[in-house]
Design a protein around this ligand. Sequence first.
Ligand code: UDP
Length: 242
Amino acid sequence: MNNLNQRKLLSEGKTKKIYEMKNSYKVILHYKDNITALNGMINESFQDKGILNNEINTFIFDFLNKSGIKTHFIRKINNREQLCHRMNMIPLEFVIRNFVSGSLSKRLKIKEGEKIPNSIYEIFYKNDELNDPLINDHHAIFLKIISYEELNFVYDMMKKINKILKKFFNSKNIILIDFKIEFGKNYKNEIVLSDEISPDTCRLWDKQTMKKLDKDVFRKGIQKSKDMFDIYMEILRRLHTI
Ligand code: UDP
């Protein structure tokens, strides 16, 4: 058993800290209370957000592990932290869209909420200087970020993850409008689902009322950060409802 206290801060992002553990291929993910919008230009917090997000991520990643998806998640350690496999992150954000919303709605001038029967898969290049531009497969291969074979593998995983999560959220009376995921490579160079899946990274609408149950209500200024607690709590409550 590794000593969880033998840790060193590896990196600190807007909403998470990552600690490396001595002589180990494992890391500790620590969820902070921050909630951000506009690529971090708005950075606020609400009390216990990190606790709720740790709990939500634990639930979802545990479910994906049990559904046969290879993820970085090992287990929750305490109310703000989880133990994960250490990853070499691929600097791409993969967005999966089942209904039109957000940047797609703006880019193609299509009303929010329109169903996308074929689901749309998009790639964004994680690069702050360039403001994370939308790219396609050929750009990613040209940039030598990923190979053709690896991309095929990732697309296959994305389809599986989308199928599992759509059904999962549907059973909780939630429509999975769209979501963003990230992949990393483990020490064996295998591609593994990493980062997080939560109301920070998904658009989740109530199936009956179409009410938004995710970070969008903060982004759009509909709710103040301090009122976001109720939304994250509602998601957690539904996850625990069978
Ligand atoms: N998303 C994310 N991080 C980002 C950008 C987007 O998690 O930096 C998620 C977002 O929550 C949504 C999906 O990816 O579920 C698609 O976002 P979109 O491209 O519409 O961009 P946005 O409108 O959020 O700027």
